[in-house]
Design a binder for this molecule. Structure first.
Ligand code: M6R
Length: 620
C-alpha cells in the first residue's frame, strides 16, 4: 500500500512525478503529494483525495525543479486528511520524507522526540521518521561533522533507520543538499530506473515505463543515493554494492484501457489471452506433461516431495484452494492451503520434503512475503507463483512460475485468478506425471487445457445476460454463493468480488454446508448464486438448490449451456460452456466477475478503486 515516486535529472520533476503517481494510484488513493526541490528550497503540495486533486493543486500552485519525491497514500495511521498526506517534514524543514510501510514503534519514538522539542503536525507514523532523521542530522553537526558533507546526511539516515521497527520504503530529500534524492528499503519495495543523466524511483516498475527499461531493485536494508550524475548503493551490513541493472519488459500499452470503461472490465475480457499466455511454451506433448523453466528443483527432488503448502491472501488464496483439489487429485500429494497472515506466526510441523508455494499476483503482499521467508528460514524449498516480474517475492523465492498475465490494474483481481488456476493445473499435471499418472491421462488434461482460451471466450458471451440480471438485483444487501468441490473456491471468490467492489455483504459456502447454519439467512430478499455446472457434483448441488427454493430464496444459477432443468428451478440462469470438472473454475468464475462489476457500476461504486482497499497490501 502507498506508492512512492522520485525523480532527479534535467527535466521538470512535477509532471513526471504526477504521471508516476497516477500509475501507482492502485496502491492507495486516500491522498497524494509531492515535494520538489529547486533553488528556493523544497516546495510541498499535498491534498486528501485522488491524484487528480493533486494535479489541480499543482496547476494552481506550480512547482519548478528537477528533483522531487511523491506519494499516493493508503491510510494506516491517521485519517485521509490534507495534513496526514505525505510528504512529511522533519525538524524545521531540513528533511522531507515519503514513506510506504508501517513504523511499529512510532508512538515510543514520537514521545521521545516530543520530549526533546519536536513538534508533530500529523497523526502519521511517517512524521516520526522525518523528525528522527532531522534529529540525527542536527546531532551529527553538533558532534562536529561537516554540515556541507553529504556523508553527514547519510549517517543521519542510517542512525535513524536503526531505531525503526517495522517496514519502510522511503524517499528522502534534504533542504541543504539540493542535489540529493535518497531512498531506503526494509520490507516495502523500491525500484530505481536508470535513465540518461536522470534517475527515477518508484514502488514498482509501472511509473518507469516509457522513461527507461533499465532498472535496479533495492533489497532490504539497502539505501540508494541518487543524483543526476549517478547512483550509489549501500547495504547496512555488507556495505557498497555495484548496482545490477535488469531489463524491464513492460510496455506502456499494457496499462492502457484499450477502449474499456474500466480496468476491471478490460482485465476480465483479457482472460482468454492471459490463460493462453500462462500455458505458452509449457507443454511437452510427447511426454504428456508440462514443463517450467524456473522451478530450480531436480526431478529427484520433486519426486521426494511428500507435502505441499500453498500460501497466499485473498483471491490468490482462493486460487490456492483450487490448486489443492488439483494437486491432490492428479499427483496424490497432500496439500494444505494456508492464509499467509496465519502461517507467518504459526509453526506447523513440516516434513523435510515439504515444498512451499507462495501464490501472489503482485509479489509484494507483506504477509505472503513474511510466510515465505519463515518457511525459507526452516530450510524448505520455497517457490512463487507470481505475476509481477522482478517483484520481491519473485526475487526471494528459490524458484517459481510466472503468470505472464500482464499488469493487473483493477484492485479486484480477475485475470490473475484464472492465470493462477491455469498454472496450478499445469503444476498438478507436472507432479502427477512424475508419479503415477498415465500418458493418456496426461494427454487428456493437455487437450482440455488447450481448449480453455476458447471456452473462456464463449463464457464471456454471458456479459449481456449478466448485466440484465444485475439490474434486477442491484438493491440487495446480502448475497450467498454456493458451489461444491472445484466450485467451492469459485463461490468464495465470487463473494469476495461482490463485497470488495459493490460493498454488498456476501458469503461463499460449500453448498452442502448451508444447512448447517447459513440456511437461516435465506428469505425472499437474499439471493443465492449456485454454481451448478454439469459434472460429478451436479445432482448434489441441485439438491442443495432445491432446499433454498423450498424456503423461497431467489436463485441465480451458473449452469452449462442447454441445461433446461435449471431454467425451471432458478429465477435466473447464466450459461457457461461445459468443460471437465477440474477446469470448471476457469469458466464459472467469469459470470461472477461480471456480476460483481455490473452490481458495483449500478450502485455508483468506483469499480477500479473501491473504498478502503489498495491493490497490493504491503503492510501487515
Ligand atoms: O498480490 P496478491 O495476489 O498477493 O494479493 C492478494 C490479495 O491482496 C488480493 O488478491 C486481494 O484479495 C484482491 N483485492 C482481491 O480481488
Amino acid at each position: 500500500m502507498c506508492g512512492i515516486v522520485g525523480y532527479v535529472g534535467h527535466r521538470p520533476a512535477a509532471e513526471i512525478l504526477l504521471e508516476g503517481l497516477r500509475r501507482l494510484e492502485y496502491r492507495g488513493y486516500d491522498s497524494a503529494g509531492v515535494a520538489i526541490q529547486d533553488v528556493q528550497g523544497i516546495s510541498i503540495r499535498k491534498k486528501a483525495g485522488r491524484v487528480s486533486e493533486l494535479a489541480g493543486l499543482l496547476a494552481e500552485q506550480p512547482c519548478a525543479g528537477s528533483l522531487g519525491i511523491g506519494h499516493t497514500r493508503w491510510a494506516t495511521h491517521g485519517p485521509a486528511t490534507d495534513v496526514n498526506s505525505h510528504p512529511h517534514v522533519g525538524g524545521n524543514g531540513e528533511v522531507v520524507v515519503v514513506h510506504n510501510g508501517v513504523i511499529e514503534n512510532y508512538s515510543t519514538l514520537r514521545d521521545q522526540l516530543q520530549a526533546i522539542g519536536y513538534v508533530f503536525h500529523s497523526a502519521t507514523d511517517t512524521e516520526v521518521v522525518a523528525h528522527l532523521v532531522a534529529h540525527h542530522l542536527e546531532e551529527q553537526i553538533r558532534l562536529g561533522k561537516d554540515p556541507q558533507d553529504q556523508q553527514t546526511a547519510l549517517d543521519a539516515i542510517e542512525l535513524a533507520l536503526r531505531k525503526l521497527k517495522g517496514t519502510y520504503g522511503l524517499g528522502i530529500l534534504f533542504r541543504d543538499f539540493p542535489d540529493l534524492l535518497i531512498a531506503a528499503r526494509l520490507g516495502s519495495p523500491l525500484v530505481v530506473g536508470v535513465g540518461k543523466g536522470e534517475y527515477f524511483l518508484a514502488s514498482d516498475a509501472s511509473p518507469l515505463v516509457g522513461h527507461t527499461d533499465e532498472v535496479v531493485y533495492l533489497s532490504d536494508h539497502e539505501m540508494v543515493v541518487l543524483t543526476a550524475q549517478g547512483m550509489s548503493l549501500k547495504h547496512r551490513e555488507t556495505g557498497a554494492r555495484a548496482p545490477s541493472i535488469q531489463t524491464l519488459e513492460q510496455t506502456s500499452q499494457d496499462t492502457d484501457l484499450n477502449g474499456f470503461e474500466h480496468y476491471m472490465l478490460k482485465e476480465i475480457f483479457e482472460q482468454p489471452q492471459t490463460i493462453e499466455n500462462a500455458m505458452r511454451g509449457r507443454f511437452e506433448e510427447e511426454e504428456a506433461t508440462s514443463r517450467f523453466g524456473g522451478l530450480n528443483l531436480t526431478v529427484q527432488q520433486l519426486r521426494r516431495v511428500d507435502r505441499i503448502v500453498l500460501t497466499a491472501c485473498g483471491t490468490s488464496w482462493h486460487a490456492g484452494l483450487v490448486g489443492e483439489y488439483l494437486i491432490e487429485e492428479f499427483a496424490r500429494i497432500p496439500v494444505e492451503v494456508e492464509y499467509a497472515s496465519e502461517l507467518r506466526y504459526r509453526n506447523p510441523p513440516l516434513s523435510e520434503n515439504t515444498m512451499v508455494f507462495a501464490i501472489t499476483q503482485s509479489g509484494e503482499t507483506a504477509d505472503t512475503l513474511a510466510a515465505l521467508r519463515e518457511c525459507q528460514r526452516k530450510g524448505h524449498p520455497t517457490l512463487a507463483i507470481c505475476n509481477v516480474v522482478g517483484s520481491t517475492i519473485a526475487r526471494e523465492a528459490d524458484g517459481g512460475i510466472y503468470l505472464h498475465a500482464g499488469p493487473e490494474v483493477g484492485v479486484a483481481s480477475t485475470k490473475a485468478f484464472t492465470s493462477q488456476v491455469t498454472v496450478l493445473t499445469l503444476l498438478a499435471l507436472h507432479l502427477g506425471r512424475l508419479r503415477h499418472m498415465s500418458h493418456p491421462a496426461g494427454k487428456r488434461i493437455i487437450n482440455n487445457l488447450q481448449a480453455m482460451p476458447e471456452m473462456v471466450r464463449q463464457a464471456l458471451k454471458c456479459h449481456d445476460a449478466v448485466k440484465d440480471i444485475a439490474k434486477k438485483y442491484q438493491g440487495i444487501s446480502d448475497c450467498l454463493y454456493m458451489g461444491r468441490q472445484f466450485n467451492f473456491p469459485v463461490a468464495l471468490e465470487g463473494a469476495l468480488k461482490l463485497k470488495e467492489i459493490s460493498y454488498i455483504h456476501a458469503e461463499g459456502y460449500p453448498a452442502a454446508e448451508m444447512k448447517h447454519g447459513p440456511i437461516a439467512l435465506i428469505d425472499e430478499h437474499t439471493p443465492s448464486i449456485f454454481i451448478v455446472p454439469k459434472g460429478a457434483m451436479y445432482h448434489k448441488v441441485m439438491s442443495n438448490l432445491e432446499e433454498v427454493k423450498a424456503r423461497r430464496g431467489p436463485i441465480i444459477a451458473v449452469a452449462c449451456e442447454g441445461d433446461k432443468k435449471l431454467e425451471a428451478l432458478a429465477d435466473d440462469v447464466i450459461y457457461v460452456p461445459e468443460v471437465e470438472d477440474f477446469l470448471q473454475p476457469l469458466v464459472t468464475t467469469i459470470p461472477l466477475q461480471l456480476f460483481a462489476y455490473h452490481m458495483a457500476l449500478l450502485r455508483g461504486c468506483n469499480v477500479d478503486r473501491p473504498r478502503n482497499l489498495a491493490k497490493s497490501v504491503t503492510v501487515e
